[in-house]
Design a protein around this ligand. Structure first.
Ligand code: ATP
Length: 609
């Protein structure tokens, strides 16, 4: 097969000599005078390449005997092309859309030969070659949220499931029946069962992904609580808690009673309004072992426990929700097929995760540290209120966010709060703060130019520089949070805020093409803290509308503080304080938050543009 080449029939081209190389196969038409162009069973696509790289092949399929269309000459009308019956195999590859370089488009090369054994041996050979491509998943657990977005979950899964079948990726599909279903399943699945999967895929929105993230990390993440400043109520206990590492920093280590409370609370599935992660009150309802034909006997073989970060397990999202900010920020496309192909190819990118510890849900509540994780955004004030308000208009579908956003905007509420954030020694605060421009004759936007943004794209040098993912074995207990220098300096900011938000990633979405923070990176270990101070309504509107324009800079307003930090603490005395974590409601008036660098891996490779 290698070397001299073999003559096969290629659909749309005619006879070609096919040669196998170490990284792919190439072919040359035997009759170039026929002037073939591109034609595939999928449609007209970019000019036919005469080389197929194994790294672009997502499946090889032996097909039944059937027609293979003859050379398609652009000068001859399509109907005149000849179809010949022969034994066939298909090589499924990806191409990139010219208009949208982040979008992957499947393309099929159809080969034919009169001898079935020839086809069979090509398929075996090519399959072996693509199996050598590292890191492609074999078994995935897939959660489908049937009601997400405009009810697109099942439809999107039906659309991409054939790609997984074709690529011989086994999928265990679970259609969620309620909020909390995915969380419960993953929080209760044994590590031994979990290890049978290469990853978990969410067919849904950011909310379903958040559930999956929390279900996986609950009790499996060994990161200590976020550091907190002196003066914050839960500072200074020296007790070390099981499951949480005291790394010797100023980490507020909760008392063991407090931790027990958290464990009890999570374990008991106690009902708590608005918080499906704690509110199921139902049994998990899924016996993974009974569904998995490959389940080993549970007779006590010791399987090492799963902890995060680790270098084998990955998460994926087939975008089907109302916003899909995580997918847009990590793939650059809100396209179910692109995401499915990135999963099949086993692409990998490390993702920072915000660990949010709620100390108190309201000023009068007892202290009960509760841990949540967010992959994209944690926001208070305007951001929390929009989610709370939108719950009343679920019947509107995704339009409820626009409606409730307008309602909350018009109310123009601001909140007294105190925020302390860790100074980042490598970079000053990134935008105009109140004092930066206090002496100016009220310029509406700071004149100070922000330094040029380094946008996080595929193969991002910033993330590569700082990332340690892949170096930790899963048995180690890594410190996934960014190394915080020995004498952390806390900076306090106090006042009335319209919102307080922390972007873990850029949070691109269709309304904000550059995201909330265009220069946020996927895995640099930093959060972008946005403190929006109280200001007149028209100015706030101006600030908000800047997000909708590509290339604008909504963070240069003088009432906007933008700090790149590894951790912050937030205290409000407001009774109904609600946070928005990846679009999910979380009632909390005192929280500490930290970026956990590269805590999970995603089946993605970063946006191309
Ligand atoms: N079968 C289900 N029925 C009701 N809620 C569910 C179900 N499955 C998941 N959920 C919950 O619905 C919420 C939203 O899910 P998701 O983000 O996937 O969709 P979305 O349409 O983008 O979200 P949203 O409704 O918040 O706009 C999540 O909290 C998720 O846990």
């Amino acid at each position: 097969m290698q070397g001299d080449g073999e003559v096969l029939f290629l659909g749309g081209v005619g006879e070609v000599t096919v040669t196998l190389g170490h990284d792919g196969l190439s072919f040359l038409p035997l009759h170039p005078e026929l002037g073939s162009s591109c034609l595939s069973s999928i449609g007209l696509l970019p000019k036919l390449e005469n080389k197929i790289k194994f790294s672009d092949v997502y499946a090889v399929e032996l097909l039944d005997e059937g027609p293979v269309c003859g050379p398609w000459n652009t000068r001859i009308v399509v109907q005149s092309k000849k179809n010949s019956e022969m034994h066939r195999f298909a090589v499924h590859v990806i191409t990139r859309s010219r208009k949208h370089p982040s979008q992957l488009v499947p393309y099929e090369y159809l080969f034919g030969h009169k001898d079935p054994e020839t086809c069979k041996s090509w398929v075996e050979h090519l399959s072996a070659c693509i199996n050598n491509e590292q890191d492609r998943p074999k078994n995935l657990m897939v959660f489908v949220h049937p009601l997400c977005g405009k009810g697109r979950g099942c439809k999107n899964w039906e659309m991409v499931a054939p790609l997984f079948d074709r690529a011989k990726v086994n999928t265990k599909v679970i259609i969620t029946e309620r909020a909390g279903h995915a969380y419960d399943t993953l929080a209760s699945i044994s590590d031994k069962e979990l290890k049978k999967f290469d990853g978990v895929v969410a067919v849904g929105g950011d909310g379903l992904f958040n559930e999956i993230l929390n279900g996986l990390l609950n009790l499996r993440n060994k990161t200590s609580y976020p550091p907190t400043p002196e003066g914050f109520g839960y500072f200074g206990s020296t007790e070390k808690c099981q499951g949480y590492r005291n790394d010797g920093l100023n980490n507020s280590t909760p008392t063991s009673d407090a931790v027990k409370n958290v464990m009890l609370r999570v374990g008991s599935n106690k009902s708590d309004d608005h918080e499906p992660l704690l509110s199921t009150g139902q049994s998990v309802g899924l016996d993974i072992s009974s569904l998995n034909p490959n389940t080993e006997s549970s007779t006590g073989d010791q399987v090492p426990s799963v902890s995060f970060p680790n270098d084998w397990f990955r998460l994926g999202i087939i975008p089907s929700g109302s916003t899909d900010a995580i997918v847009l920020s990590t793939t650059g496309e809100r396209d179910a097929v692109t995401s499915a192909l990135l999963i099949i190819f086993g692409r990998r990118i490390a993702l920072d995760i915000a660990q949010v510890v709620r100390w108190k849900s309201s000023p009068s509540a007892e202290v009960l540290p509760t841990v949540r994780y967010a992959a994209s955004f944690a926001g208070y004030g305007f951001y929390g209120e929009v989610i709370r308000e939108s719950e009343n208009y679920r019947w509107m579908g995704p339009a409820r966010y626009d409606f409730s956003g307008t309602m909350v905007f018009l109310k123009h509420r601001s909140y007294d709060a105190k925020v302390a954030f860790l100074e980042n020694e490598n970079s000053h605060s990134l935008a105009a703060s109140a004092e930066n421009v206090a002496d100016e004759v009220q310029p509406l936007q700071s004149r100070r130019k922000r330094s040029r943004k380094t946008i996080c794209l595929a193969n991002c040098s910033v993330c590569k520089e700082t990332s340690t993912t892949g170096q930790n074995s899963e048995d180690e207990i890594p410190n996934s949070s960014q190394t915080i220098h020995d004498n952390p300096k806390w900076i306090w900011s106090e006042g009335r805020f319209l919102s307080v938000g922390a972007a873990v990633i850029s949070c691109r979405n269709e309304r904000a093409p550059d995201g909330l923070v265009a220069e946020a990176h996927l895995s640099d270990g930093f959060l972008h803290l946005l403190l929006i101070r109280d200001c007149p309504l028209p100015l706030y509107l101006w600030h908000l509308t800047q997000f909708t324009k590509k290339g604008s800079d909504p963070l240069t307003f003088k009432f906007v503080e933008h700090h790149k930090t590894q951790a912050f603490t937030f205290i409000s005395s407001h009774d109904e304080s609600v946070w928005n974590l990846d679009g999910e409601l979380f009632q909390a008036c005192e929280v500490s938050v930290q970026a956990c660098r590269g805590l999970v891996n995603l089946f993605a490779s970063g946006p191309e543009v």
